[in-house]
Design a protein around this ligand. Structure first.
Ligand SMILES: [Zn+2]
Length: 98
């Protein structure tokens, strides 16, 4: 993921996967305000919906208010969201915020 201004790497894929969000951020190198494009935003919305659905499934099967349920939820969600994050990473971009 490159900065639209200085063309430096904004963040690593791991950072993107763990901390990506649909809001604006700053380039760590040049400090320009940047925002994700609609692909990243739409994919994020899908991920939120998916996370809620998985929450319901885990709650119905294991019960979310248990250590087992909680661990299962975190693992299942991390795996399920991975392809979406990868899609965003490969197809999305950041643009300079006006
Ligand atoms: Zn920059």
């Amino acid at each position: 993921m490159k900065c639209p201004k200085c063309n430096e790497q904004i963040m690593s894929f791991v950072d993107f996967y763990l901390w990506s969000h649909p809001f604006s951020t700053k380039c760590k190198k040049c400090g320009v305000k940047i925002q994700p494009d609609s692909k990243i935003k739409k994919t994020f919305l899908l991920e939120v919906v998916l996370a809620f659905v998985l929450f319901g499934i885990v709650d119905l099967t294991l019960g979310i208010i248990s250590l087992k349920g909680l661990i299962a939820y975190i693992l299942v969600t991390a795996i399920a969201l991975f392809p979406f994050e990868k899609y965003s990473w490969e197809n999305g971009s950041y643009k300079e915020k006006e």
